[in-house]
Design a protein around this ligand. Structure first.
Ligand code: PEP
Ligand code: MG
Length: 323
């Protein structure tokens, strides 16, 4: 089956009814780009920039070092989109293992909350990303947003970083798009706040499930309760896709759900057109897309979204596989 999959590398990801789907890769470091290209990704949907910072609490990468890494990724992707997520540090990805541990780190000072509390670290990263945007198609993605003021402060800091670069005559893409991770239920329930301010949305299902179901994503004792098919999770995902498209902006999924072939049709049926995943999953998902027909997938997905009983949902998702 492996060999057959590799033949799909250059095949466009199009459903049987002719709907084009964008398949992007999740990366941790620029060195992951060759694997993304090898899998036929049309770009990077999630560059988890915190991997440049982890284990370096007392030696945070400088603007130049970050710029060099972002530019490397942009160059490696040869003109394809590279979505760089700003520092998503904290909780399961601590900057410093020995740092003070909050009782509930997943609910604590992580991601954008951390960045807004450390403006110099954030501005340094934003300048580095903006500088890289002069070399290709860069998008900026902000994690863990929940409040309007967090969006506004983030956008203001991006403008500040641009102004600092202009001051020094350093080039950047003035059209660089800025998007929000939708990974806190409050965000998915307040989409008008996001779509009016953002250029695109990316659903982080890993955290969205964690926060919707109140299940620590790294606690094995509750792992059996971590269920992507919980009706509440499905509603939040479907609402986000619909609201983004209604507002005319792109919506992707970059959490693990995007790479799970058992869920590909369900996400297609919800209207998802952009999937970002580990490169190793990309061709299997593409194969699933090639075999899917939205004419049958959409009505079945509507049925799933109306169902509230886990058994009925599981059965209907199972049936979706064989349509
Ligand atoms: C997510 O939360 O789904 C996501 C893609 O981000 P991370 O797994 O890095 O938190
Ligand atoms: Mg997340």
């Amino acid at each position: 089956a492996r060999k057959k999959l590799s033949k799909l590398k250059k095949t466009p990801a199009v459903t049987k009814d002719g709907t084009a789907i964008t398949l992007l890769a999740n990366i941790e470091l620029p060195d992951d780009c060759p694997a993304a290209l090898e899998a036929g990704a049309s770009g990077v949907g999630l560059f988890r920039s915190e991997f440049l910072f982890m284990g370096r609490a007392s030696d945070i990468p400088s603007e130049d070092e970050q710029f060099e890494q972002y530019r490397r990724a942009v160059a490696a992707m040869k003109g394809r989109i590279v979505t760089i997520r700003t520092l998503d540090i904290g909780a399961d990805k601590p900057l410093d293992q020995s740092e003070h541990t909050a009782l509930n780190p997943a609910l604590g000072l992580r991601a954008i909350r951390y960045c807004l509390s450390e403006p110099q670290i954030f501005l340094t990263q934003l300048r580095a990303i903006l500088r890289a945007s002069a070399f290709g198609k860069v998008r900026i993605l902000i994690p863990m947003l929940a409040h309007a003021f967090e969006i506004d402060q983030s956008l203001a800091m991006i403008e500040q970083a641009k102004a600092q670069l202009r001051e020094l005559d350093i080039k950047y893409d003035p059209e660089v798009q800025v998007g929000a991770m939708i990974e806190i239920p409050a965000a998915a329930l307040a989409l008008p706040m996001f779509v009016k301010r953002m250029d695109f949305l990316s659903i982080g299902t890993n955290d969205l499930i964690q926060y919707t179901l109140a299940i620590d994503r790294v606690d094995y004792e509750v792992a059996h309760l971590y269920n992507p098919l919980h009706p509440a999770v499905l509603q939040l995902i479907a609402m986000t896709i619909a609201a983004g498209h209604k507002a005319g902006i792109d919506v992707g999924v970059c959490g693990e759900m995007a790479g799970d072939t058992k869920l590909t049709r369900l996400l297609l049926g919800m209207g998802l057109r952009e999937f970002s995943m580990h490169p190793a999953q990309l061709l299997s998902v593409k194969q699933e897309i090639l075999n899917s027909d939205l004419e049958t997938v959409v009505p079945q997905t509507r049925k799933i979204l109306r169902a509230m009983e886990p058994a009925a949902i599981a059965e209907a998702v199972q049936a979706l596989q064989t349509m």
